[in-house]
Design a protein around this ligand. Structure first.
Ligand code: PLP
Length: 458
């Protein structure tokens, strides 16, 4: 790391999310300088295919001039205004209407936040206020899943079911329960079919609600397809079964589509893929292709009406952010959703996604690969120490990190989630570019295999 370089100053001054601080001091940052389409370029001019779309989010690719223009126009007209206390502005109104019209039936109202974490905090507050409005103040618990990811604020981080977000922070808060992750490969019993596994998890959810007391459980929250937990696609019948249980006990269903939403699975929303009828839906990331920070909670008229009816008694919904519905973010969101529609990117995700899934499946026989999984333009390859027993590597994450680094050397950015390699490229990606992703990954996998066979030398 050269003295006074960007790299040295980064190490000196910037404390990074999800980064091993001591390792960062040694190796410094990878400084990304610019992007174009599915490619990004570092400060040395090296090109990479961004096969994770940044953080699962840059749907329309990098360098999209229409989004730059939309932001610039809005900046010039009204760079900022808030939405508190009856104030509003055109882009937030238009985007709220657009979201209600494009989303699954039964979601009629929109609350904007800056991030997915804040949106999930908002979900909790909506559910709590709703149950206070209905005079059942004890109905406040949330049930989430191990392996789920709902963000990192103190409340959203409590919903998240990953150790890294909780160890060291004394989370989760006591209002949250976590149930089994719907990952058949890891958690099914010997010989258990996908359907039987889904039935068992629904029974577990019901038993949890009954043990807690149905009058204490407000909501069940889940990502239809889990992202940060390792790209976990549940059994086809899972969501149907858990919804039946939730309805039986008047438990709200919350779909967190922060990664899934706006075409990732080859459908506009994952709720279509799995026939989910949520009471609340959380979206972010691909809503603006992350060109601007923005998230939203969509919720049912029943929740809205109960809250609205009791505002005199309980006070205004005392929640919101300086930048809720930010005019530049919502203007960019509108233009981004227009691009997704005009370019047929949802259909592209289905078509090109099939090629990604077929390509990933060809690695299933590789000696390091335990499971290949995915749907649409999101997928993963899980590496294992022993294919037959599914034994994980010890220590976990070392092999994944090695592969991740080899992939970068081959010009490919993926995500290593311990020893699972995740793929989630921009929705604009072409079949030829998918083939290139797979070829570069294959080279990195072979390099990794050679290193493992050699005893993982330092
Ligand atoms: N929910 C899901 C499903 C996510 O994947 C994420 C982020 O990756 C979040 C919530 C949190 O979003 P943010 O990082 O914007 O707070």
């Amino acid at each position: 790391i050269l003295p006074n370089s960007l790299h040295a100053r980064d190490v000196a001054y910037q404390f990074h999310p999800y980064t091993n601080a001591r390792r960062h001091e040694r190796i410094g940052p990878m400084v990304i300088d610019r992007g174009s389409g599915v490619y990004v370029y570092d400060d040395q001019g090296r090109e990479y295919i961004e096969a994770l779309a940044g953080l699962w989010s840059v749907a329309v690719g990098f360098g999209e001039q229409r989004l730059v223009d939309a932001a610039t126009r809005q900046m010039a007209r009204l760079p900022y205004y808030h939405t508190f206390s009856h104030k509003s502005h055109e882009p937030s109104i238009e985007l709220a209407e657009k979201l209600v019209k494009m989303s699954p039936d039964g979601l009629d109202h929109v609350f904007f936040t800056n991030s997915g974490s804040e949106a999930n905090d908002t979900v909790v507050k909506l559910a709590w206020y709703y149950n206070n409005a209905l005079d059942r103040p004890q109905k406040k618990k949330f049930i989430a899943r191990n392996g789920g990811y709902h963000g990192i604020t103190v409340v959203a981080g409590s919903l998240t079911g990953l150790q890294v977000n909780q160890r060291g922070f004394d989370l989760p808060l006591p209002f949250v329960r976590h149930v089994t992750c719907p990952h058949h490969y890891r958690y099914a019993e010997a010989g258990e079919s996908e359907e039987a596994f889904a039935d068992r998890l629904a029974a577990e959810l019901e038993a949890t609600i009954l043990a807690e007391g149905p009058d204490t459980v407000a909501a069940f929250i889940g990502e239809p397809v889990m992202g940060a937990g390792g790209v976990l696609v549940p059994p086809r019948t899972y969501w149907q079964k858990v919804q039946e249980v939730c309805r039986r006990y008047d438990v709200l269903v919350v779909a967190d589509e922060v990664i899934n939403g706006f075409g990732r699975l080859g459908t506009l929303f994952a709720c279509e893929t799995f026939d989910i009828k949520p009471d609340l839906l959380v979206v972010s990331k691909q809503i603006t292709s992350s060109y601007q920070p923005l998230a939203a909670v969509l919720f049912s008229d029943a929740v809205y009406q109960a809250i609205a009816d009791q505002t005199e008694r309980l006070g205004n919904f005392g929640h919101g952010f300086t930048a809720s519905g930010h005019p530049v973010a919502t203007a960019v969101g509108l233009e981004n959703l227009a691009i997704i529609e005009e370019r047929g990117l949802v259909a592209n995700a289905a078509k090109v996604g099939a090629r990604l899934q077929a390509g990933l499946a060809t690695f299933a026989d590789h000696p390091l690969v335990g499971e290949v999984r995915g749907i649409g333009l999101i997928g993963a390859v899980e590496l294992v120490a022993d294919k037959a027993t599914k034994a994980k590597f010890d220590p976990p994450g070392k092999v994944g990190l090695y592969l991740f680094e080899r992939a970068q050397e081959h010009g490919l950015i993926v995500r290593a989630i311990a020893d699972t390699i995740a793929f989630c490229p921009p929705l604009i990606i072409t079949e030829a570019q998918i083939d290139e992703v797979l070829a570069r990954f294959g080279r990195a996998l072979d390099d990794t295999q050679a290193w493992v066979v050699a005893g993982m030398p330092a």
